[in-house]
Write a protein that binds this ligand. Structure first.
Ligand SMILES: [Zn+2]
Length: 332
Protein backbone atom coordinates (compact mmCIF):
# COMPACT_ATOMS: atom_id res chain seq x y z
CA UNK A 1 0.00 0.00 0.00
CA UNK A 2 1.30 3.42 -0.95
CA UNK A 3 2.28 5.53 2.06
CA UNK A 4 2.33 9.28 2.39
CA UNK A 5 4.33 11.37 4.76
CA UNK A 6 4.22 15.00 5.71
CA UNK A 7 6.73 16.88 7.83
CA UNK A 8 3.97 17.96 10.21
CA UNK A 9 0.62 16.68 11.47
CA UNK A 10 -1.95 17.20 8.76
CA UNK A 11 -4.29 18.88 11.22
CA UNK A 12 -1.58 21.52 11.80
CA UNK A 13 -1.69 22.57 8.15
CA UNK A 14 -3.46 25.89 7.82
CA UNK A 15 -4.88 26.58 4.37
CA UNK A 16 -7.25 29.34 5.45
CA UNK A 17 -5.30 31.78 3.31
CA UNK A 18 -4.72 29.27 0.49
CA UNK A 19 -8.07 27.78 -0.46
CA UNK A 20 -10.81 30.16 -1.59
CA UNK A 21 -13.96 28.13 -2.06
CA UNK A 22 -16.41 30.96 -2.58
CA UNK A 23 -16.74 34.36 -4.16
CA UNK A 24 -18.68 36.87 -2.13
CA UNK A 25 -21.98 37.92 -3.70
CA UNK A 26 -22.34 34.62 -5.60
CA UNK A 27 -24.90 32.75 -3.58
CA UNK A 28 -27.16 31.38 -6.31
CA UNK A 29 -26.82 28.67 -8.94
CA UNK A 30 -25.12 29.86 -12.11
CA UNK A 31 -28.23 29.43 -14.26
CA UNK A 32 -30.10 31.80 -11.95
CA UNK A 33 -27.58 34.60 -12.47
CA UNK A 34 -26.96 37.06 -15.25
CA UNK A 35 -23.76 35.89 -16.97
CA UNK A 36 -22.36 39.40 -17.57
CA UNK A 37 -23.00 40.38 -13.98
CA UNK A 38 -21.43 37.12 -12.77
CA UNK A 39 -18.33 37.76 -14.87
CA UNK A 40 -18.05 41.27 -13.45
CA UNK A 41 -18.34 40.00 -9.86
CA UNK A 42 -15.55 37.49 -10.52
CA UNK A 43 -13.31 40.15 -12.09
CA UNK A 44 -13.90 42.49 -9.13
CA UNK A 45 -13.16 39.67 -6.69
CA UNK A 46 -9.93 38.82 -8.50
CA UNK A 47 -8.80 42.43 -8.61
CA UNK A 48 -9.58 42.88 -4.92
CA UNK A 49 -7.94 39.72 -3.57
CA UNK A 50 -5.45 38.55 -6.20
CA UNK A 51 -5.01 41.61 -8.43
CA UNK A 52 -1.21 41.47 -8.40
CA UNK A 53 -0.98 37.68 -8.46
CA UNK A 54 0.36 35.63 -11.36
CA UNK A 55 -2.71 33.80 -12.66
CA UNK A 56 -3.02 30.22 -13.84
CA UNK A 57 -6.20 28.47 -14.95
CA UNK A 58 -6.76 24.72 -14.68
CA UNK A 59 -9.39 22.37 -16.01
CA UNK A 60 -10.09 18.67 -15.97
CA UNK A 61 -12.82 17.09 -18.02
CA UNK A 62 -14.31 14.03 -19.67
CA UNK A 63 -15.90 13.92 -23.10
CA UNK A 64 -18.91 11.88 -24.25
CA UNK A 65 -16.63 8.91 -25.01
CA UNK A 66 -15.35 9.04 -21.41
CA UNK A 67 -11.87 10.22 -22.48
CA UNK A 68 -10.26 12.28 -19.74
CA UNK A 69 -7.96 15.23 -20.11
CA UNK A 70 -6.48 18.10 -18.16
CA UNK A 71 -5.35 21.55 -19.21
CA UNK A 72 -3.27 24.33 -17.67
CA UNK A 73 -3.37 27.82 -19.16
CA UNK A 74 -0.97 30.68 -18.42
CA UNK A 75 -2.53 33.97 -19.66
CA UNK A 76 0.70 35.85 -18.97
CA UNK A 77 2.57 33.89 -21.66
CA UNK A 78 -0.48 32.61 -23.53
CA UNK A 79 1.00 29.15 -23.10
CA UNK A 80 -0.87 26.04 -22.17
CA UNK A 81 -0.25 22.40 -21.35
CA UNK A 82 -2.69 19.65 -22.21
CA UNK A 83 -2.50 16.06 -21.11
CA UNK A 84 -4.70 13.04 -21.62
CA UNK A 85 -5.19 10.78 -18.64
CA UNK A 86 -6.67 7.35 -18.17
CA UNK A 87 -10.38 7.33 -19.00
CA UNK A 88 -11.23 5.55 -15.77
CA UNK A 89 -10.36 8.46 -13.50
CA UNK A 90 -13.11 10.50 -11.93
CA UNK A 91 -13.64 14.09 -12.98
CA UNK A 92 -12.53 15.29 -9.54
CA UNK A 93 -9.30 13.29 -9.82
CA UNK A 94 -8.69 14.97 -13.19
CA UNK A 95 -9.24 18.41 -11.62
CA UNK A 96 -6.79 17.60 -8.79
CA UNK A 97 -4.19 16.43 -11.34
CA UNK A 98 -4.66 19.71 -13.20
CA UNK A 99 -4.01 21.68 -9.98
CA UNK A 100 -0.96 19.49 -9.31
CA UNK A 101 0.34 20.39 -12.78
CA UNK A 102 -0.14 24.06 -11.99
CA UNK A 103 1.85 23.72 -8.77
CA UNK A 104 4.62 21.85 -10.59
CA UNK A 105 4.69 24.71 -13.09
CA UNK A 106 4.86 27.31 -10.30
CA UNK A 107 7.86 25.47 -8.83
CA UNK A 108 9.72 26.19 -12.06
CA UNK A 109 8.94 29.92 -11.89
CA UNK A 110 10.68 32.61 -9.88
CA UNK A 111 9.54 33.71 -6.43
CA UNK A 112 6.29 35.65 -6.30
CA UNK A 113 2.56 35.46 -5.73
CA UNK A 114 0.46 32.95 -7.68
CA UNK A 115 -3.23 32.19 -7.87
CA UNK A 116 -4.60 29.00 -9.42
CA UNK A 117 -8.13 29.40 -10.77
CA UNK A 118 -10.26 26.26 -10.93
CA UNK A 119 -13.93 25.76 -11.60
CA UNK A 120 -14.01 22.56 -9.55
CA UNK A 121 -15.49 23.33 -6.17
CA UNK A 122 -15.59 19.61 -5.38
CA UNK A 123 -11.80 19.34 -5.80
CA UNK A 124 -11.28 22.26 -3.38
CA UNK A 125 -13.72 20.82 -0.85
CA UNK A 126 -11.85 17.53 -1.15
CA UNK A 127 -8.57 19.29 -0.33
CA UNK A 128 -10.16 21.11 2.58
CA UNK A 129 -11.52 17.83 3.97
CA UNK A 130 -8.04 16.26 3.87
CA UNK A 131 -6.82 18.94 6.21
CA UNK A 132 -9.63 18.08 8.60
CA UNK A 133 -8.18 14.52 8.65
CA UNK A 134 -10.93 13.11 6.42
CA UNK A 135 -9.45 10.21 4.37
CA UNK A 136 -8.74 11.55 0.90
CA UNK A 137 -7.30 10.66 -2.49
CA UNK A 138 -3.50 10.15 -2.60
CA UNK A 139 -3.13 12.88 -5.20
CA UNK A 140 -4.74 15.30 -2.72
CA UNK A 141 -2.14 14.40 -0.10
CA UNK A 142 0.62 14.99 -2.66
CA UNK A 143 -0.90 18.39 -3.37
CA UNK A 144 -1.03 19.24 0.34
CA UNK A 145 2.60 18.22 0.71
CA UNK A 146 3.66 20.53 -2.14
CA UNK A 147 1.50 23.41 -0.92
CA UNK A 148 2.86 23.06 2.61
CA UNK A 149 6.47 23.13 1.38
CA UNK A 150 5.79 26.14 -0.83
CA UNK A 151 4.07 27.97 2.04
CA UNK A 152 7.47 27.99 3.75
CA UNK A 153 9.22 29.32 0.67
CA UNK A 154 9.33 32.68 -1.09
CA UNK A 155 6.24 31.81 -3.11
CA UNK A 156 2.69 32.59 -2.07
CA UNK A 157 0.02 30.36 -3.61
CA UNK A 158 -3.75 30.69 -3.51
CA UNK A 159 -6.30 28.41 -5.13
CA UNK A 160 -9.50 30.19 -6.06
CA UNK A 161 -12.79 28.66 -7.21
CA UNK A 162 -14.49 30.42 -10.12
CA UNK A 163 -17.74 29.58 -11.91
CA UNK A 164 -17.23 27.62 -15.13
CA UNK A 165 -17.96 28.81 -18.66
CA UNK A 166 -19.14 32.33 -18.01
CA UNK A 167 -16.55 33.93 -20.23
CA UNK A 168 -13.82 34.59 -17.66
CA UNK A 169 -10.64 35.02 -19.64
CA UNK A 170 -8.38 32.10 -18.88
CA UNK A 171 -11.10 29.75 -17.76
CA UNK A 172 -12.40 29.36 -21.31
CA UNK A 173 -8.88 28.77 -22.64
CA UNK A 174 -8.11 26.17 -19.98
CA UNK A 175 -11.36 24.44 -20.93
CA UNK A 176 -9.46 22.80 -23.75
CA UNK A 177 -8.89 19.75 -21.59
CA UNK A 178 -11.26 17.73 -23.74
CA UNK A 179 -8.89 17.89 -26.67
CA UNK A 180 -5.84 16.89 -24.66
CA UNK A 181 -4.00 14.09 -26.39
CA UNK A 182 -0.38 14.38 -25.34
CA UNK A 183 1.31 12.39 -22.58
CA UNK A 184 -0.43 9.61 -20.72
CA UNK A 185 -1.04 9.74 -16.99
CA UNK A 186 -2.38 6.68 -15.27
CA UNK A 187 -4.91 6.70 -12.44
CA UNK A 188 -4.14 5.63 -8.92
CA UNK A 189 -5.51 2.29 -7.82
CA UNK A 190 -8.18 3.88 -5.65
CA UNK A 191 -9.80 5.49 -8.68
CA UNK A 192 -10.01 2.12 -10.45
CA UNK A 193 -11.25 0.14 -7.49
CA UNK A 194 -14.90 0.37 -8.55
CA UNK A 195 -14.02 -1.15 -11.94
CA UNK A 196 -12.29 -4.11 -10.28
CA UNK A 197 -15.27 -4.58 -7.94
CA UNK A 198 -17.69 -4.44 -10.84
CA UNK A 199 -15.67 -7.00 -12.87
CA UNK A 200 -15.45 -9.33 -9.84
CA UNK A 201 -19.20 -9.06 -9.36
CA UNK A 202 -19.83 -9.85 -13.05
CA UNK A 203 -17.51 -12.88 -12.95
CA UNK A 204 -19.14 -14.13 -9.77
CA UNK A 205 -22.59 -13.87 -11.32
CA UNK A 206 -21.47 -15.75 -14.43
CA UNK A 207 -20.08 -18.47 -12.16
CA UNK A 208 -23.36 -18.63 -10.23
CA UNK A 209 -25.33 -18.97 -13.49
CA UNK A 210 -23.15 -21.87 -14.65
CA UNK A 211 -22.86 -23.61 -11.28
CA UNK A 212 -26.57 -23.43 -10.51
CA UNK A 213 -27.31 -25.62 -13.54
CA UNK A 214 -26.02 -28.59 -11.54
CA UNK A 215 -25.79 -27.40 -7.91
CA UNK A 216 -27.40 -24.84 -5.62
CA UNK A 217 -30.55 -24.76 -7.75
CA UNK A 218 -32.67 -24.07 -4.67
CA UNK A 219 -30.56 -21.05 -3.79
CA UNK A 220 -30.67 -19.75 -7.37
CA UNK A 221 -34.49 -19.71 -7.36
CA UNK A 222 -34.38 -17.47 -4.28
CA UNK A 223 -31.34 -15.33 -5.07
CA UNK A 224 -30.89 -15.12 -8.86
CA UNK A 225 -27.79 -12.88 -8.68
CA UNK A 226 -25.00 -12.06 -6.22
CA UNK A 227 -25.88 -9.00 -4.17
CA UNK A 228 -23.31 -6.24 -3.70
CA UNK A 229 -23.65 -6.51 0.06
CA UNK A 230 -25.38 -9.00 2.39
CA UNK A 231 -29.12 -8.30 2.68
CA UNK A 232 -29.02 -8.40 6.51
CA UNK A 233 -26.32 -5.73 7.00
CA UNK A 234 -28.73 -2.98 8.00
CA UNK A 235 -31.64 -5.13 9.15
CA UNK A 236 -33.05 -5.26 12.66
CA UNK A 237 -33.58 -9.03 12.53
CA UNK A 238 -32.36 -11.07 15.48
CA UNK A 239 -29.31 -13.25 14.99
CA UNK A 240 -31.52 -16.30 15.33
CA UNK A 241 -33.79 -15.10 12.49
CA UNK A 242 -30.80 -14.33 10.27
CA UNK A 243 -29.36 -17.82 10.88
CA UNK A 244 -32.73 -19.38 10.05
CA UNK A 245 -33.10 -17.21 6.93
CA UNK A 246 -29.65 -18.22 5.67
CA UNK A 247 -30.40 -21.88 6.35
CA UNK A 248 -33.70 -21.66 4.47
CA UNK A 249 -32.07 -19.82 1.56
CA UNK A 250 -29.28 -22.38 1.26
CA UNK A 251 -31.55 -25.35 2.02
CA UNK A 252 -28.95 -26.62 4.49
CA UNK A 253 -30.82 -27.35 7.70
CA UNK A 254 -30.15 -30.32 10.02
CA UNK A 255 -33.45 -32.17 9.62
CA UNK A 256 -33.95 -35.94 9.72
CA UNK A 257 -33.84 -36.22 5.93
CA UNK A 258 -30.33 -34.75 5.94
CA UNK A 259 -29.14 -36.55 9.10
CA UNK A 260 -30.27 -39.85 7.59
CA UNK A 261 -28.33 -39.10 4.40
CA UNK A 262 -25.08 -38.66 6.30
CA UNK A 263 -25.68 -41.78 8.40
CA UNK A 264 -26.41 -40.10 11.71
CA UNK A 265 -29.87 -41.60 12.25
CA UNK A 266 -31.80 -44.63 11.03
CA UNK A 267 -34.88 -43.00 9.49
CA UNK A 268 -35.38 -39.85 7.39
CA UNK A 269 -38.94 -39.46 8.63
CA UNK A 270 -40.52 -36.86 10.87
CA UNK A 271 -41.20 -38.59 14.19
CA UNK A 272 -44.56 -36.85 14.46
CA UNK A 273 -45.96 -37.15 10.92
CA UNK A 274 -43.97 -40.19 9.71
CA UNK A 275 -43.27 -38.41 6.44
CA UNK A 276 -39.82 -37.66 5.06
CA UNK A 277 -38.55 -34.68 7.00
CA UNK A 278 -37.03 -32.27 4.52
CA UNK A 279 -37.26 -28.50 4.55
CA UNK A 280 -40.40 -28.51 2.41
CA UNK A 281 -42.15 -30.79 4.94
CA UNK A 282 -41.30 -28.50 7.86
CA UNK A 283 -42.46 -25.40 6.01
CA UNK A 284 -45.61 -26.80 4.41
CA UNK A 285 -46.92 -29.97 6.07
CA UNK A 286 -45.58 -30.73 9.53
CA UNK A 287 -48.25 -30.93 12.23
CA UNK A 288 -45.85 -29.53 14.84
CA UNK A 289 -46.29 -26.01 13.51
CA UNK A 290 -49.77 -26.27 11.95
CA UNK A 291 -51.15 -23.52 14.19
CA UNK A 292 -48.36 -21.06 13.40
CA UNK A 293 -48.64 -21.88 9.68
CA UNK A 294 -52.33 -21.02 9.67
CA UNK A 295 -51.47 -17.51 10.88
CA UNK A 296 -49.35 -16.91 7.77
CA UNK A 297 -52.48 -16.97 5.58
CA UNK A 298 -50.45 -17.85 2.53
CA UNK A 299 -50.94 -21.05 0.57
CA UNK A 300 -47.46 -22.51 0.80
CA UNK A 301 -48.61 -25.40 -1.39
CA UNK A 302 -48.67 -22.98 -4.29
CA UNK A 303 -45.74 -23.74 -6.52
CA UNK A 304 -42.71 -21.59 -5.69
CA UNK A 305 -44.56 -19.61 -3.01
CA UNK A 306 -42.05 -20.32 -0.25
CA UNK A 307 -39.17 -19.37 -2.57
CA UNK A 308 -40.91 -16.11 -3.43
CA UNK A 309 -41.23 -15.30 0.27
CA UNK A 310 -37.58 -16.15 0.94
CA UNK A 311 -36.51 -13.92 -1.96
CA UNK A 312 -37.61 -10.99 0.26
CA UNK A 313 -35.91 -12.01 3.51
CA UNK A 314 -36.93 -8.86 5.40
CA UNK A 315 -40.64 -9.08 4.53
CA UNK A 316 -43.25 -9.80 7.19
CA UNK A 317 -44.15 -13.09 5.45
CA UNK A 318 -40.51 -14.16 5.57
CA UNK A 319 -40.31 -13.39 9.30
CA UNK A 320 -43.43 -15.51 9.89
CA UNK A 321 -41.87 -18.31 7.88
CA UNK A 322 -38.73 -18.20 10.05
CA UNK A 323 -40.96 -18.51 13.09
CA UNK A 324 -42.82 -21.50 11.61
CA UNK A 325 -39.55 -23.33 10.98
CA UNK A 326 -38.06 -22.42 14.37
CA UNK A 327 -41.20 -23.65 16.16
CA UNK A 328 -41.03 -26.98 14.32
CA UNK A 329 -37.35 -27.37 15.23
CA UNK A 330 -38.01 -26.55 18.90
CA UNK A 331 -40.81 -29.10 19.14
CA UNK A 332 -38.83 -31.99 17.69
ZN1 LIG B 1 -43.72 -33.41 10.67
Amino acid sequence: MEMFSLCTWISYVDFSSTLYLVINCINKAKHQCNTLKLTQICENHRNKYHGDFYRLYTDGSKDKDKNSGIALFDPQTNGYVKLSIDQNVSIMFAELIAIAEAIAYIKSLRSGKYVIMTDSKSALYHLARCISTFPCSPVAYDLIKDLYKLSNSDKIIKIQWIPSHIGIFGNEESGLAKSAINDDLYPLYSDCLYIVKSKCSDMWNVYLDERSLTKSMWYKTIQPYIAKSPWFVESTLSRSDIVTALRLQSGHIPLNGFLYLIGKINSPNCTECNLKEYLYHVMVKCVRNAVERSVLQVDLYELGKSNCILAYPLSEEAKMLYNIVKVALRRR
